[in-house]
Design a protein around this ligand. Structure first.
Ligand code: SAM
Length: 314
């Protein structure tokens, strides 16, 4: 494995026995270098539908050398039919999905048999994503749609103000997935007078609707990265869907919220982002827990990966 500061070594950046990683790369280039089944949990919070500019960044994905066959085939005809039908009536969908779909197919490949994907979207994309993930993972692999409800910012008056995000949860194998509800923080009952004092004191298990404030503009958590998500959301996800020592992955990592929570809960993590500003924020936030490396696909193809020494960036 290449560690930050060693000037570049042969072989992949990631190793199951290595340190956690922050990687500066287009995830389309980096993900194919990771082995099948390496991660128990993948959380991704991709940029919401930003249209054609995303399409220009599209890179075709290839399976890693030890994979077999082609992804398009694994859910067969129904997958292609659904994709074709959606694409035929919505250009914006076609653009966005061309960007996201190959990366989600990689997510499927990278999940361990007991692994879980959390895809964080909003009301604009989530319905398309549900249909396509049903086809890509299998409908029986859909576990939940989590609603993250917050209450912040301006309120529209010509429609109901939209104050929630949607997180789709899919498991690789519905018979084997890891889920530990006992590890999750509990919530106060809405009507504690209706349950016993013991129950009221213990609180209740969260449902699929999570009320949680956004990252406070003046709070301890704030990194300055514009799309930063609250650690409280990620803490539930990591606690429920991974164990201590497991590897977790975020390939649209931004400020590295998944990494921060993973480190605090004793998980190993890989956080990938293509934006140098995100890497700088993650270097500050996660540097003591992880190596920080740049990834050059050209060097990888030539059998080398490149590590960027901390001093060389920013
Ligand atoms: C919504 S933000 C993620 C925020 C993150 N969840 C957090 O808590 O800070 C999406 C991130 O995806 C990154 N991104 C977009 N396209 C990418 C790509 N092709 N490869 C890697 N990162 C990408 C952007 O730079 C941005 O930081």
């Amino acid at each position: 494995m290449a560690a930050a500061g060693d000037g570049g070594t042969a072989g992949p950046l990631w190793s199951p026995s290595g340190r956690s990683l922050v990687v500066e790369a287009d995830n389309a280039n980096y993900l194919p270098t990771l082995p099948d089944g390496a991660f128990t949990l993948i959380y991704v919070d991709p940029p919401f539908n930003t249209g054609r500019s995303q399409r220009r960044q599209q890179t075709s994905m290839v399976r890693s050398a030890d994979g077999e066959g082609d992804r398009i085939g694994f859910k067969g005809r129904s997958y292609r039919t659904i994709r074709g039908t959606l694409a035929s009536y919505d250009d914006a969908f076609e653009d966005y999905w061309s960007f996201l779909e190959p990366r989600l197919a990689e997510a499927w490949r990278l999940l361990a048999d007991d692994g879980t994907l959390y895809l964080h979207l909003d009301y604009r994309e989530v319905h398309y994503a549900k249909v396509l993930l049903d086809a890509l993972f299998g409908r029986e692999c859909f576990l939940n749609e989590i609603i993250w409800a917050y209450d912040y910012g301006a309120r529209a008056t010509r429609r109901w103000p939209t104050k929630h995000d949607n997180i789709l949860v899919y498991v690789k194998d519905p018979a084997r997935y890891h889920f530990d509800s006992a590890a999750v923080d509990r919530e106060p009952y809405m009507a504690p007078g209706l349950v016993t004092p013991e129950k009221a004191a213990r609180g209740k298990l969260p449902t699929d609707v999570w009320w949680h404030t956004i990252v406070s503009p003046t709070g301890r958590e704030k990194t300055g990265y514009p799309t930063q998500k609250p650690e409280g959301l990620l803490r539930r996800i990591v606690a429920a869907s991974s164990r201590e020592g497991d590897w977790v992955l975020d390939f649209f990592a931004g400020s590295g919220t998944l990494g921060a929570v993973a480190a605090s809960l004793g998980r190993q993590f890989v956080c990938v982002d293509q934006n140098p500003q995100a890497i700088e924020v993650m270097r500050r936030r996660l540097g003591e827990h992880a190596d920080v490396a740049g990834f050059e696909p050209e060097l990888q193809q030539a059998g080398r990966s490149q590590a960027v020494p901390p001093a060389a960036e920013g």
